[in-house]
Design a protein around this ligand. Structure first.
Ligand SMILES: *Cc1c(COP(=O)(O)O)cnc(C)c1O
Length: 258
């Protein structure tokens, strides 16, 4: 990328971040919520490393990827850059990103995922939870885990069936190397985002029930729900983490790798 192109791309990214943050703030205001209660995860799966660097420089340090290999590659590249910045340029204020694994995770990829990611949004089987637990334990780490709930009951979707969540929580309670921090939902694609509002609400109620039953502690009850087309509604219904890609990268080049 040329210098001028980089500058204009940088400006565009900063504009987009500001616009998304503004929309988050407005949704919080409507819902009488503190804006600090919503964490923006930038989903970077469709853009190149240069754009990710701009996000990190801009202070957006929660980054989400849906494929392990891509997450690992990118996390390694950013880590390398930051190491150089710290050592060669003597920058003390370099903040390392937190990588979120948001996509379906296969058990044979857990090792690599645990090496780079700290938050796992899509845990939906006991064997996967066990694998994360043992891998994180082996590395002396603690993985933050959210359970993906198939709240719409779609046959084609990953996620734990609503009726099976409570037992699942019981089963993973004793696993070392991980903390259950909340629930994650992927909503069906609809034309009007209002159609999924009841599903966001339902996911929040499920989480509240789990807190009541002491399956999840109330301080650690995250709700990862809402993407570019519906994050405002998700926030109005209680989302604490929104996973936003498209809205942050409007008007910007998509990745060569995709
Ligand atoms: C791609 C993706 C997102 C972001 O979607 P956008 O519509 O681009 O905001 C969020 N969550 C998951 C699990 C994804 O795969």
């Amino acid at each position: 990328m040329g210098k001028t192109a980089t500058k204009s791309i940088q400006r565009k990214v900063l504009d987009n971040i500001q616009r998304v943050r503004g929309r988050i703030a407005q949704a919080c205001r409507r819902a009488h919520r503190d804006v600090a209660s919503v964490r923006l995860v930038a989903v970077t799966k469709s853009v190149d490393i240069e754009l990710i660097r701009i996000l990190v420089e801009a202070g957006l340090v929660d980054l989400g990827e849906s494929r392990v290999q891509q997450l690992a590659q990118r996390a390694a590249m950013i880590a390398e850059t930051q190491k150089r910045q710290r050592i060669l340029d003597g920058q003390r204020d370099v903040v390392a990103p937190v990588w979120h694994m948001i996509g379906h995770l296969q058990r044979n990829k857990v090792r690599s995922a645990v090496q780079w990611a700290t938050v796992f949004h899509s845990v939906d089987s006991l064997r996967l939870a066990e694998e994360i637990s043992s891998e994180a334990g082996r590395r002396d780490q603690v993985a933050d885990v959210l359970l993906q709930v198939n709240v719409a009951g779609e046959k084609s979707k990953h996620g734990i069936a609503v009726g099976a969540i409570e037992v699942f929580c019981e089963q993973i309670r004793t696993l070392a190397g991980m903390r259950l921090v909340g629930l994650m939902g992927m909503m069906p694609l609809v034309d009007d985002a209002e159609e999924v509002r009841p599903l966001f609400r339902r996911l929040r109620e499920i989480a509240e029930d789990l807190v009541t039953q002491e399956c999840i502690s109330s301080e650690a009850c995250e709700l990862s729900m809402g993407m570019s087309n519906d994050f405002e509604i998700a926030i109005e219904e209680g989302a604490t983490i929104v996973r936003v890609g498209t809205a942050l990268f409007e008007g910007l080049p998509v990745a060569k790798t995709c």
